[in-house]
Design a protein around this ligand. Structure first.
Ligand code: NDP
Length: 291
């Protein structure tokens, strides 16, 4: 028997979550602050609750997908008694500290709590590319895994409620820096009149191939031993200087590249020019005066 589930918050993401639960055959109760967001879900079989308290009382599990931590607090605080003995799974994007605060609040009121992070856009929810991260009690994740798998591939990252939101930001940081680099590359090649679509046809296989090097980089990071015989920081300093020089020659900005060059120069000036590119992580971990 599929577990009944409640979804609080029917923005773009909340609606996608509720639709995936319905698709999986879970009796689904929904609520949203502003009315009128639930019509398609109700047509697909969802039950619209009159208020958040009624929604919370309808299911053993409540999935929360609101704007931010503040909206989560506003909505959940008055529901403490209704939620006692039930489980709250918060998929709202929040900071690790905020996730821990919600978990502590839930604990005080006898409410089970998992914090989650959605590594997907609404259109991907329920499909093979959808990835969700969770942290909180092992037993709670195990108990609700079947339900959560309706939304996408679900990974449990340990018991600290702050871990899923921390991973979220780590993965997004990696993504944004890559996207920034992509925009820079498209703009640079675009100075020769090349449409971005043509640049992209080569950028995608290139970046895919380059990500295969990440596990080897992780070995440096985990060992803290940055000695290498290939592509030292001196080499990388020259390489990134060449990128900056070529960008300026082409008349475009180097804004995306300069922070990286700055990190490289700092490690070189501190005497680490012969070590691996991965040594830059030390400059990130110890920003010193530069940041
Ligand atoms: P939307 O802006 O579409 O929806 C926001 C929702 O929050 C609405 O249901 C809104 O209700 C509700 N809300 C905001 N403030 C309050 C409040 N004070 N009290 C009650 N309800 C409130 O956002 P999304 O659905 O796109 O995103 C929801 C969460 O999911 C965010 O934390 C986002 O970071 C996360 N997420 C979204 C992704 C995406 O691609 N969209 C990807 C990964 C995570 P109302 O309709 O009444 O305004």
């Amino acid at each position: 028997e599929p577990t009944p589930v409640t979804v609080l918050g029917l923005g773009a993401m909340g609606r996608a979550l509720a639709a995936a639960f319905l698709e999986g055959g879970h009796p689904t109760t929904v609520w949203n602050r502003t009315p009128g967001r639930a019509d398609a879900l109700v047509a697909a079989g969802a039950t619209l609750a009159a208020d958040a308290a009624e929604a919370a009382a309808a299911s053993p599990v409540t999935v929360v997908c609101l704007m931010d931590h503040r909206s989560v607090r506003d909505v959940l605080t008055p529901l403490a008694d209704r939620l006692a003995g039930r489980t709250v799974i918060n998929l709202t994007t929040v900071s690790p500290q905020d996730a821990r605060a919600t978990a502590a609040w839930a604990d005080e009121h006898g409410i089970g709590h998992l914090s989650g992070a959605i590594m997907a856009v609404p259109a991907l929810i329920g499909g093979p590319q959808s990835m969700l991260l969770y942290s909180g009690p092992d037993a709670l994740f195990a108990a609700h895994r079947g339900l959560l798998e309706r939304l996408g591939r679900s990974t449990h990252l340990g018991t600290d409620p702050g871990t899923a939101p921390l991973y979220d930001v780590g993965l997004l940081a990696a993504m944004y820096a890559m996207f920034g680099g992509f925009l820079h590359g498209a703009a640079l090649v675009g100075t020769a009149g090349v449409p971005a679509k043509e640049f992209t046809a080569l950028a995608v296989p290139w970046l895919n191939a380059m990500t295969l090097g990440l596990p080897a980089m992780a070995d440096f990071l985990d060992s803290g031993d940055y000695r290498t015989d290939v592509q030292s920081l001196d080499f990388n300093a020259a390489a990134v200087e060449h990128l900056v020089h070529t960008s300026r020659e082409a008349g475009i900005g180097a804004d995306v590249l300069l922070p990286l060059l700055e990190l490289i120069r700092r490690q070189v000036s501190e005497g680490h020019g012969a070590e691996s590119f991965t040594r830059l992580v030390e400059g990130i971990k110890h920003p010193g005066n530069a940041a």
